[in-house]
Design a protein around this ligand. Sequence first.
Ligand code: GLC
Length: 705
Amino acid sequence: MIYKLKYGIPDVGSEAIINEKKVINLSPNEKGLYKVEGLFEDLQIIKNDESEELIVIRKVLEGKVFGFGDKVGPFNRWGKKYIFWNTDNYTHHPGADPLYKSFPFNIFINDNQKYGIFTDYPGYLEIDLGSEGKSEIVFKIRGSGFNQYVIVGNSVRDILSQYLYLTGKNIAFPKWAFGYQQSRWSYFSDKEVLEVAKKFREKKIPCDVIYLDIDYMDDYKIFTWNERNFSNYKNMLRELHNNGFKISAILDPGVKVEKGYKIFEEGKDKYFLKDIDGKDFEGAVWPGRVRFPDFRDRKVRKWWGQKVKQLREEGIDGFWNDMNELSIFATEKDIEEMKSIIKKMKLEDGINIAIKAGMIGEIGRRVKVENIIHLDGIKHYKIKNIYGFNMIRASYEGFEKKERKMIITRSAYSGVQRYGGVWTGDNHSWWEHIQLEISRIMSLGLVGVFYNGCDVGGFGGDVNAELLVRFMQFGSFIPMFRNHSAIGTRRQEPWCFGEKYEKIMKKTIEYRYMLLPYIYSEYMIGVFKNIPLVTPLFFHFEKDKMTFDVDDQFMLGRSVIVAPIYKPGQRSRLVYLPKRSLDLNKRVFLNKGWHEVEAPLEVIPHFLVDGRILPIQEPMNYVDERESDFTVIVSAYNNKAIGYYYEDDGKTENYKKGMYNLYKITYDKGKIEVLKIRENYIHMKKVWNFRIYTKEGLKEISLKI
Ligand code: GLC
């Protein structure tokens, strides 16, 4: 059941909602307040016309709150105030807020209640979840009104599914997007890219995607090639493709101001955001002086989409949309202002030192977006949080309709799952950030973005061997497995720390490829049924109250529990199992409850829930290389188990027309049954080998299907 509550009159829509048919419009009482029986009541609505602030105070029962996407801080969001104001915030300290994205959707849970709230406002929004110690939630916007959708359901899964009814289903990524991906800011030349690629194949470390960061462009000019360092880029793309690699290129929104530069000339006075004086707005980003396309405008999206299409035709397979919060290092005005502040300050204030240490970023955060106007006259600050959303939407248009899209964005808003996935931005090579990413990745699933990932190994700072191994182990169990690092930091490709560590990381990546039949099946079934690939334990074990307190373990699909190691020197950890499970390292059963589990450096604890089935394969160099032997691991302590296996072409949208195979596999007292739910795609796996773990021991069966 979805209720719509209206506070004031929004002066502009957010574009998140695409389906409102089933929504029930609630009426407020004579004081304009809402009381949703049994759930909550509003105490007050405060409207302060001068500062354009609208505040709603709501009395709630205390409980746990999950969601908000990849914000930092505790996984249970209760007890803190959150700001939604998309910002390039590159040091994710535990209190860092706001960050790149806004997903103002959360799920509220206590013993008696379970409901979701989507506060749909694309400008400045604050949500205070009881930070004052009261049982109150305070919603505050800088604007005239907002809508709220209260979703009541009987499970978290049901609530999320209804939220996705409102905001749209996830697109399905191509199968190769689940292979290993290697990135670095930057691989500086076509030669360097090819060397990295060659190393993967020589060392037989599986890899599917290589990333191009900003240096593939000429002077950071979007939709150009750096003809000096990438003089042979066509050959590079051909060779990469011949060796089974896909290439993902970065897209930055800032278009360099340069006379004669095609993209600039085409967009000038036509497609760019405006200043209050009616001229194109200008700021500084990587290329220096730039202007920003107004992606909210359909014709601008079409124009941009055409350019993306050209790159796609040249051989770029995927795109990552960056700096779209908007991230602006400085504007003329801000620099002037800073200069006057600096002048007034004495050296003792340390400000000169701060400038030398990269104060430019600080200026960027002060940039006044109040002065930016969209092509239709809307003030940018009222819709700042959907700039990135509309950028990925424009880039999405560069793909063919029928092909699957590999496309991610750093900045986003609710509903972005209709156009692509996300990564969590500039994390660091810190141990704390493995733990942080566990909760961010789970929280992204809870706001309906199923294809998500983080910079594995850490973006900023220098990684070390042990940290990289642990980060890679964690990364191998999340939807997008991409190793990425910043300029000037220590290299972190899998071979950068000598033979011993290379061997462990090779095994880690190979293991990921072994799991692909399971990962891909669970992902695709999830796309159909609105179930995130990575979830907190409670998503699948909601009746077990303990699961709500477990924030450093997660589930990959419906059957595998993962417990990453995120502390240096740690060689064992406590693991909570909501049901008896098969330890996939030791191949022994552990009962429901808490366990101390060993985790030597080469091991990440992970478990197959009893009664479930795990289809796996022999690893290969890249996803589409070949079909390989197929094995089904069965966790059947009491000789009973069930599972699913899905396959399709992995690259077109034909799955929407039902062109796929879906098998239900059951094991019951010595008998295997493979039920064909649908077989509409050429059948791939011929021989199925079953390894069945029961309380009596291991049994092996081979079947021809
Ligand atoms: C931003 C991105 C990062 C990228 C860098 C250079 O910091 O978040 O991933 O490598 O810009 O383009």
